[in-house]
Design a binder for this molecule. Structure first.
Ligand code: FAD
Length: 450
């Protein structure tokens, strides 16, 4: 069977690309070995945020008295929370299925194997294509720690389906996924310890705001062990014993559960990618140009497989760029303003450059830092809660980076992302009218202070 485009992987990159290409009239085959929606819909972005919303609702009920609202003893029904999460996932996966069917995409549930740039094999059938798009995503890294093979640890998959909160838990890795689960289980009443190898959690995000978020969660009862690595693990009927090292000191900690979240790596093996002989980057990922085309003409790579940002919104935009190029439309990928969000409570979001990245590159910048309390709406909705908004500007006031700690950082960060992507100066950004009262006005407050 011949197709104009074969897409391998039905995650955000794959389903976006397939839908746009088919809507534009191409004959498209999408091959997905597991579930449409990929990691994002089935076991990543959507299920975690659904659980975190339940946790936030519980926290809101617990602290309702601060807002003059009386609620009885708030409690959580975890099996119900998990079943709602499953319902949300099912609904969204069905939505993707319907969209692809409406666009005329042929979807095949099978394991794809690339024979060459024009042939993909599934079971015994070989499918032919003019263009090929690989977006096989990423997988959890399991570090080789002594004894790990003998313990029943969790990854995000098991944590997502937990129907009885453990009394104690260690989260190995204080990155975004680790912190979101630490926040979730902290709200459920679990005594959480986060073990992080680096000197701060959330590497890659603004380190000053990361430290403030850590301080906030420390107050809420989460324990953080920084500059610390797990060296051995063991398990008996009592639970899991974690051996960790900080400097020369070796310590042990006994817990009920351990969540492994030290990072993710692209799925780039086992499906014939090597048969294409693609040029690789220094980090071993397939090299792509600004149109997401690999070193082999007609072969495109998008999403986590590129190893760039491992975020769903990046995957979606890359897929749009790749398909536009296939369709002969002018487009190119920009990584200047990819927002990163940690859905803790409070949320923490950043976009563009950090102080650390600018300093490393020797780029001069000016920092504006104001409390979130400069936004009337923030004060109205965040009783007794602090927050920070930080903007980084070039010497000519072009906006280079924005970092926000405070709700709803995930929503307002888009405003800064647009300013950074469009290379607006402070003066140009100030001319844009925003509704009052909104938390997004915080950026105008920050800009007005220069
Ligand atoms: C717990 C967790 C929380 C997350 N939260 C967020 C978040 O809040 N925001 C965010 O932006 N990102 C988040 N992410 C990351 C996000 O899920 C990924 O960046 C996104 O899913 C990448 O999309 P993708 O299309 O590249 O790949 P994926 O979504 O990984 O999809 C790849 C698909 O390819 C399929 N596949 C692989 N090999 C083959 C083969 N040989 N044949 C057929 N099919 C194949 C896989 O089954 C999979 O369905 C989270 C991830 C996790 C694990």
């Amino acid at each position: 069977m011949k197709y104009q485009l074969i897409v391998i992987g039905g995650g955000p990159a794959g389903y976006t690309a397939a839908e746009i290409a088919a809507k534009a009239g191409l004959k498209v085959l999408l091959i997905e070995r597991c579930n449409l929606g990929g990691v994002c819909l089935n076991e990543g972005c959507i299920p975690t945020k659904t659980l975190l919303y339940s946790a936030k609702t519980l926290d809101n009920a617990r602290f309702a008295a601060k807002y003059g609202v009386t609620v009885g003893d708030a409690s959580i029904d975890l099996p119900k929370v998990v079943s709602r999460k499953n319902k949300v996932v099912r609904k969204l996966v069905l939505g993707i299925k319907a969209k692809l069917a409406n666009a005329g995409v042929t979807v095949l549930q099978a394991e794809a194997y690339i024979v060459d740039s024009h042939h993909v094999r599934c079971d015994k059938e070989v499918y032919q294509c003019d263009k090929l798009l690989a977006c096989t995503g990423s997988e959890t890294i399991i570090p080789s720690i002594e004894g790990i093979q003998n313990i029943d640890y969790w990854t995000h998959r098991e944590a997502l389906n937990c129907s009885e909160a453990p009394a104690t838990m260690v989260v190995v890795g204080g990155g975004v996924i680790g912190m979101e689960f630490a926040a979730y289980f902290n709200s459920l009443g679990t005594k959480v310890t986060v073990i992080e190898m680096q000197n701060e959690i959330l590497g890659g995000m603004d380190s000053e705001l990361s430290a403030l978020l850590r301080a906030d969660y420390t107050k809420k009862g989460v324990k953080f062990l920084l500059n610390t690595s797990v060296t051995a693990l063991s398990q008996d009927e009592e639970g899991i014993t974690v051996t960790y090292k900080c400097g020369d000191a070796v310590e042990h900690l006994a817990v009920d559960k351990l969540l492994m979240s030290v990072g993710r790596r692209p799925v780039n093996q086992g499906f014939g990618l090597e048969n294409l002989g693609l040029k690789l980057t220094e980090r071993g990922h397939p090299e792509v140009d600004a149109q997401m085309q690999s070193s082999q003409a007609g072969v495109y790579i998008c999403g986590d497989l590129t190893g760039f940002s491992l975020l769903a919104h990046t995957a979606v935009r890359e897929a749009e760029v790749a398909v536009n190029h296939i369709l002969g439309r002018t487009d190119e990928m920009s990584y200047r303003a990819i927002p990163g969000v940690v859905y803790t409570n409070p949320e923490f979001a950043g976009v563009g450059a950090t102080e650390e990245s600018l300093t490393a590159k020797g780029i001069a910048y000016k920092t504006i830092k104001i409390p979130m309390a400069f936004s009337g709406r923030f004060v109205a909705e965040n009783e007794g809660v602090n927050g920070v908004c930080k903007l980084l500007l070039a010497e000519d006031t072009t906006v280079l980076g924005a970092h926000v700690l405070g709700n709803p950082a995930s929503e307002i960060i888009t405003l800064a992302g647009m300013a950074i992507e469009q290379r607006l100066t402070a003066h140009q950004w100030m001319r844009i009218v925003v509704p009052h009262p909104t938390v997004g006005e915080i950026f105008r407050e920050a800009l007005a202070s220069i």
